[in-house]
Design a protein around this ligand. Structure first.
Ligand code: NAD
Length: 328
């Protein structure tokens, strides 16, 4: 078992990383850390008495972990990741890798060996639904070229949940939804559509409430060198949201990926089929992610997957969409 510390005990730290680390047969949790006392108190009863509960990365490193999971906001993650890597540890860092390409420039000082110890939390890349979808695309089941539509709407404004609204406002201060959600979606598209970078044709954004720190709805039209046309939309913080869904339409078929569950549907002239995978998407993919991270730490995997380059590529594309959308 590899010794792991979890730093950042907010929504995703407590809700997904901690349960996945506690469930994992590959991992022994040795420390958790967060500067917010209430966040530490919320996990104290869940972790064993032998787990160090600290306020900082340094406290967590003091417990001697082989690896550190950073479930921290993207404005804090780069500095923490670099410090943990420099301390000789393996790091699984949440996406996005930074809030901008300029802020991500600090990663360029990493040595190759340090980069080789940094896995990025592009969690859903590991889902079997994406592997199945890739097979359909690569085997020509849909034909081509494809019209891809990604409608990613997953954070409604919840009346009465002041904590959620405050967190989402804080996140918006550091970029429109494409910077945060695009990290995942552009990574999936790079993985699914294959070689060649997506380029942005045009982009848009809309702020539905003038009190919000940034536009909460945004989207773009992109082109893939394989001839595919891609339409993406990202949205948060309206009382109701459109369906969260990705569709891949080719001359021979239509594949639909439910953006929340990752249930898949395929429609072709031969009929319809569905593919659903065991368990809920979060449990399934955080478990797979921890298993990959543990394999990297043990030396059973020779490189991080996904790596920093994947995180930087998704961030650069998201930033292009954000910039063009705001100035359009
Ligand atoms: N992979 C996924 O599916 C997924 C899902 C949701 C969120 N995320 C990402 O996870 C990150 C965190 O999101 P969240 O919603 O949990 O945010 P959050 O604000 O709820 O939690 C972040 C936590 O990090 C702590 N923190 C801040 N600075 C710190 C520091 N220097 N040292 C230690 N802890 C520090 C905060 O106190 C807070 O508890 C974001 O980058 C977000 O995009 C990923």
């Amino acid at each position: 078992m590899v010794a792991v510390a979890l730093v950042g005990l907010g929504d995703i730290g407590r809700g997904a990383h901690l349960p996945a680390l506690l469930r994992s047969p590959d991992v022994r949790l040795v420390a958790v850390a967060d500067p917010v006392a209430a966040h530490r108190e919320a996990v104290e009863a869940l972790v064993g008495a032998d787990v160090v509960v600290g306020a900082s990365l340094d406290d967590a490193l003091g417990a001697g972990p082989d690896g550190v999971v950073l479930a921290t906001p993207p404005w804090a993650t780069p500095e923490l990741a670099i410090a943990a890597l420099r301390a000789g540890r393996f790091v699984l860092a949440e996406k996005p890798v930074a809030t901008s390409v300029a802020a991500a420039a600090v990663y360029s000082a990493l040595t190759d060996a340090e980069r080789g110890r940094l896995q990025i939390g592009l969690t859903y890349r590991h889902d079997p639904a994406l592997a199945r979808l890739k097979t359909w695309i690569d085997d020509g089941v849909l034909g081509g070229p494809l019209l891809v539509r990604a409608h990613v709407y997953d954070e409604p404004r919840v009346a009465g949940d002041a904590e959620h609204l405050a967190r989402m406002r804080r996140t918006l201060e550091h970029g429109t939804p494409v910077v945060h959600e695009g990290a995942h979606v552009f990574d999936w598209l790079a993985h699914l559509l294959g070689p060649g970078a997506l380029t942005v044709d045009d982009a848009w954004s809309l702020r539905t409430d003038p009190g919000l720190p940034a536009p909460n709805l945004t989207g773009a039209r992109l082109r893939h060198p394989g001839g595919h046309q891609v339409l993406v939309e990202f949205g948060w913080l309206t009382d109701a949201l459109p369906r969260c869904e990705l569709t891949f339409l080719g001359p021979r078929g239509l594949a639909t990926l439910d953006g929340s569950t990752f249930a898949l549907r395929l429609a072709t002239a031969a009929g319809e089929e569905t593919a659903e995978f065991p368990g809920d998407r979060t449990t399934r993919d955080f478990d797979l992610q921890v298993a990959r991270f543990a394999a990297l730490v043990r030396g059973a995997a020779d490189r991080p997957d996904p790596d920093l380059a994947a995180g930087l590529a998704a961030l650069a594309l998201a930033e292009q969409v954000a910039t063009q959308g705001v100035t359009a």
